[in-house]
Design a protein around this ligand. Structure first.
Ligand code: UD1
Length: 323
């Protein structure tokens, strides 16, 4: 990545201490941008910002984005050209058990970002949306125009936030991009809930010498994308030359089964016991796959990390950080 030191370029990243947020922060800093990360540390960790904190171009504020007045003051002081809004309630299960908290963190927080952007003349907002807005739509690959059928308060809130951003971008004439992430994996993904990303769970089990559990027959497929590619798309969108609102799938366009994933893990951990197969989870989607063409045509983004390579690097980095 080329480095042009450009401290005049300022980008605010909400959720900057999270999994995707911290990689986005690191990439912006590598490019010589001044970065302010805002995070309430509900699920983010300051340890994710260890590299970032070594840079003089980096600042951190512990703040809940949904608290509109406090967030507005932060934006006013930093005066960024772009806000990458990644702060969220990230657990689909938690959104089902606590829809009010989901509304606060995944809808009100978006409105708080929009208000601050409008008042402080921030011309570009990037939003972390999700393939969850498509629900269990069987018409694959999913296109940006495919029918939206969210199956959880989480998916509903992401879709509602997109609508708020679209309306705001059209009303106040700024650029807004909703990035619909598919199954993101990579270093710093938190494996601690049973509903965490499957690759983070598999990795943590293999590292502990334990057997992974596959729900179903392992033939289910997902469109797994490396967090490095996702961070790059966030940064590209923050510099988007497009006007108004656009939504993009952030995906690779390739489907990989859990059995194929396990084969890669087994090359790296040949001594682990047999995989345990359990009944499929109720409501589990069998296949999910995104169409990546629109992001390529409009923004020139395409995923560049092949899954085998990304997975091997992920395993390698976990081995070196836990030893
Ligand atoms: C994602 C969300 C999930 C949400 C769903 C619907 C994440 C991490 N998960 O699930 O919360 O309900 O979209 O929008 O964003 N699996 C195993 N063993 C494990 C863990 C998972 O076999 O230990 C399986 C799951 O049953 C599933 C597949 O792996 O078939 C992928 O699971 P997951 O990583 O949770 O992603 P999604 O199913 O896409």
């Amino acid at each position: 990545m080329q480095k042009h030191h450009n401290p005049e370029r300022r980008v605010l990243v909400t959720g900057g201490a999270g999994f995707i947020g911290s990689h986005t922060v690191d990439l912006l800093l590598e490019q010589g941008t001044s970065v302010l990360a805002v995070d309430n540390l509900a699920t983010g960790h300051e340890a994710n910002l260890e590299t970032a904190k070594k840079s003089t171009d980096f600042r951190f504020e512990c703040q809940d984005v949904a608290q509109a007045d406090a967030f507005h003051q932060i934006v006013e002081r930093f005066h960024p050209q772009a806000i990458i809004h990644l702060a969220a309630l990230v657990s689909v299960q938690e959104s089902i058990h606590n829809p009010a908290l989901n509304f606060e963190r995944n809808v009100l927080a978006t409105q708080s970002v929009i208000d601050a952007a409008q008042k402080c003349d921030v011309r570009n907002v990037v939003f972390a949306s999700s393939a969850a807005i498509y629900g269990d739509n069987p018409e694959l690959p999913l296109r940006e125009t495919s029918e939206k059928q969210p199956l959880s308060p989480y998916g509903g809130a992401k879709l509602a936030s997109e609508a708020l951003l679209m309306a705001a971008a059209n009303t106040y004439h700024f650029t807004a991009t909703a990035n619909r992430y598919f199954n993101v994996y990579g270093p710093r993904q938190d494996p601690k809930s049973p509903y965490s990303g499957v690759l983070s769970i598999f990795l943590s089990r293999f590292l502990q010498g334990q057997t992974p559990t596959v729900f179903g027959d392992g033939q289910q497929t997902r469109d797994f994308i490396s967090v490095q590619d996702v961070a790059r798309m966030n940064v590209m969108a923050a510099c988007s030359p497009l006007d108004g609102f656009h939504a993009f799938n952030v995906c690779t366009g390739s489907a990989t089964s859990l059995l194929d994933i396990l084969a890669v893990f087994r090359e790296q951990f040949p001594d682990t016991h047999e995989t345990v197969f359990k009944e499929a989870r109720p409501g589990d989607i069998i296949h999910s796959l995104g169409a990546p063409e629109f992001a390529r045509e409009k923004l020139g983004f395409s995923a560049s990390v092949p899954l085998r390579e990304g997975l091997t690097a992920y395993i390698e980095s976990a081995r070196t950080t836990t030893v």
